[in-house]
Design a protein around this ligand. Structure first.
Ligand code: MG
Length: 421
């Protein structure tokens, strides 16, 4: 008890020592002896500095500022999947400030997201309690009622919510996963890329490279040409050998009957164990058909376009997936990601985290039904370019850094400026 109280008082004293004229305590005995004489000064410093909000909740910390910046980074080569082509990626980054700490969150989304944050959500968030992210989340939820929740609106909320949780963890000087409640020591990843725009050589090099690194599962894109897809899956299997798990993602490009036919070949001839969006995610009945009739050992996965809890509930209710995917940069941040985890638990199904690996690690390790995290080529590259402190794979897993407060990542300001959008 003495240790706990001492640590608490020491934390307060350290946070105000720059402004209050006291020396840092040397021992617990000295601290207890002197704390009475300091307490008056400390209280007035905290109150005058705005660390305490008005009202009865003395632990509340008022949010002072919300800043948003946008960066657009060209891909390292043209990329495409079954239904989309792209040559650049935009990341919208949010910093939220309170109590002399700054939390960071981001989303991969359109630049319009930053306009929504600047023009509306920042004003909703300022003055709220940084110690209560779910409360701030609900304030944003109410404020956007007439704008429509899915899409840009939810990506904006996601980035802010992630920054709020990072901020709270930093205010408490805890790793985010410790604040959330750690369930898993680490999260298994799967290497993800294998774009339909790649040559066979590039496909083999990328997927084989992940396998050599000890990443036990890899995923490739399919869906442009059914016959060619079979050839490409063979190239991938040859590159990764017999013991690495192979996933495919059609991004909704196939019809139901084509998906069923391909599933047989992929599973029986090449050991594919995960078929993502074989048909459109909007076709819940179609996903259910594929799920029920696909070969044993092949999971059907979807959920990456889920922007609120109701979407995930509908997908689970329809029996559409074996694994539910959720993206912390779209679904509503840490707050909603953990809600989705609870839904999965209630349906007795595993959950998979979609892309943005650096921002997912802590939340994944606090999500009970978590199976894996997508180690997506584009985002791994961007996160390495823009952030310090990103986790690197160890034996095919990402571990949260328990030596750093919050998510443990910081923006590299100078490097990022080159890509300002
Ligand atoms: Mg996908």
């Amino acid at each position: 008890m003495l240790i706990g109280r001492t640590a608490f008082l020491t934390g307060i004293l350290q946070s105000v020592s720059e402004n209050v004229d006291i020396a840092a305590p040397q021992t617990s005995v000295e601290l207890i002896k002197d704390v009475n004489s300091w307490s008056f000064d400390i209280f007035h410093h905290l109150r005058n500095g705005g660390l305490f909000m008005s009202g009865r909740n003395s632990s509340a910390v008022a949010i002072e500022d919300v800043q948003v910046s946008t960066f657009t980074i060209p891909t390292d080569s043209p990329e495409s999947d079954g239904t989309l082509k792209w040559d650049k990626t935009t990341i919208v980054l949010v910093h939220v400030t309170a109590g002399a700490k700054q939390g960071l969150g981001y989303t991969y989304a359109d630049k319009a997201t930053s306009a929504l944050i600047q023009g509306k959500l920042a004003n909703v968030v300022k003055g709220q309690d940084a110690m209560a992210p779910p409360s701030v989340y609900m304030e944003m939820w109410h404020a956007i009622r007439n704008l429509g929740r899915p899409g840009i609106v939810s990506t904006a909320i996601s980035a802010i919510d992630c920054a709020l949780w990072d901020l709270k963890a930093k205010l408490l000087d805890l790793p985010l996963v410790t604040l959330l409640g750690q369930v898993h020591k680490a999260v298994p990843i799967y290497g993800s890329g294998g774009f339909t725009s790649y040559s066979d050589e590039r496909l083999a090099e990328q997927l084989g490279g992940w396998a050599t690194q000890g990443i036990q599962f890899v995923k490739m894109k399919i869906g442009r040409d059914a016959q060619r897809d079979i050839q490409r899956v063979r190239v991938a299997r040859d590159a990764i050998g017999p013991h690495t798990g192979l996933f495919v993602d059609a991004n909704g490009a196939y019809s139901r009957k084509l998906a069923l036919a391909q599933a047989e070949i992929f599973a029986h001839d090449y050991g594919v164990s995960w078929f993502e969006e074989p048909v459109s995610s909007d076709d819940l009945e179609g996903l259910r058909v594929i799920r029920d009739r696909a070969p044993a050992g092949m999971d059907v996965a979807a959920g990456e376009y889920g922007y609120d809890i109701f979407y995930f509930h509908r997908m689970l209710q329809a029996g559409a997936v074996d694994v539910l995917q959720a993206d912390i940069t779209r679904c509503g941040g840490v707050t909603a990601f953990l809600q989705v985890a609870t839904l999965c638990q209630a349906y007795n199904l595993p959950m998979s985290a979609h892309t943005a690996p650096a921002q997912h690690v802590h939340a994944c390790c606090a999500a009970v039904p978590l199976r894996n995290l997508e180690y997506f080529h584009d985002h791994v590259r961007i996160e390495r370019m823009l952030f310090d402190g990103i986790p690197e794979p160890v034996n095919g897993k990402l571990f949260p850094d328990l030596s750093r407060a919050g998510m443990g990542i910081e923006l590299k300001e100078t490097e990022a400026r080159r890509y300002a959008a």
